[in-house]
Design a protein around this ligand. Structure first.
Ligand code: G3P
Length: 229
């Protein structure tokens, strides 16, 4: 399972990329607005930090202007993935860009029918928004399970399921159990994945017992090295 980080905050991306667990980044117009920075600069900087797919979303709603914006965005770096909304113009743009071997992430997916359209348009990634479905009282993961099952029926569907709008670790586990290829995580959710009180308590107990021995691994190695000389 690939972990993407869902933010345009460079400080967060740098910090989390240092973990070695970040495979890509997703942004959207709201996340760019939240960064308070020039979009082309932010996308370029993200692409320098993370070599994996970096989603940059077009803001036009018509095919011709989407294509013009995609030309600008894809010229920034080879790992830019063009994000398009799941609309007729967005999927027409997806198909045209894929014919030019440009990665495309089709976003704002809320139904299995939409996901079939995105796969037929050759999308590299489909982004179903589980959190926003949960917010409506639905079980967003049901959609993930349906999409994974549908895509598995067709060898020519190469679209990866990229679960978005993630609200917490449970969505990550449920997405993994459903067989999703990618989750895109708000920075705080990625950090939450590490946490368990029994891990903290167990480590504290190990270190307390070790400290009581008065031993040091490095000192023992140094003693052995000196004795051998
Ligand atoms: O990548 C899409 C994601 O940013 C949307 O999340 O929390 O606004 O539903 P949210």
């Amino acid at each position: 399972m690939k972990f993407f980080v869902d933010t345009a905050d460079l400080a967060e991306i740098r910090d989390l990329a240092d973990s070695g667990l970040v495979d890509g980044v997703t942004t959207n117009p709201s996340l760019i607005a939240k960064s308070g920075r020039n979009m082309l600069d932010v996308i370029a900087e993200i692409c320098d930090v993370v070599p994996g797919p970096v989603s940059a979303e077009v803001t036009a709603t018509d095919f011709e202007t989407m294509m013009a914006e995609a030309d600008v965005l894809s010229a920034i770096a080879k790992n830019v993935t063009i994000k398009v909304p799941l609309t007729p113009a967005g999927l027409k743009t997806c198909k045209a860009l894929r014919e030019r071997d440009i990665m495309v992430n089709v976003t704002l997916c809320f139904s299995a029918a939409q996901a079939v359209l995105a796969a037929k348009a050759g999308a590299s990634f489909i982004s179903p928004f589980v959190g926003r479905l949960d917010d409506m009282g639905l079980r967003g993961i049901d959609l993930i399970e349906d999409i994974v099952e549908i895509y598995a029926q067709y060898d020519n569907f190469e679209t990866e399921v990229l679960v978005a709008s993630i609200r917490g670790p449970a969505h990550v586990v449920e997405s993994a159990m459903a067989g999703a290829h990618v989750v895109t995580l708000p920075p705080n959710v990625l950090r939450q994945l590490y946490k368990h009180p029994l891990t903290d308590n167990g480590l504290a107990a190990f270190l307390k017992d070790w400290e009581a021995t008065g031993q040091s691994i490095l000192e023992q190695a140094n003693d052995r090295k000196n004795a051998a000389e």
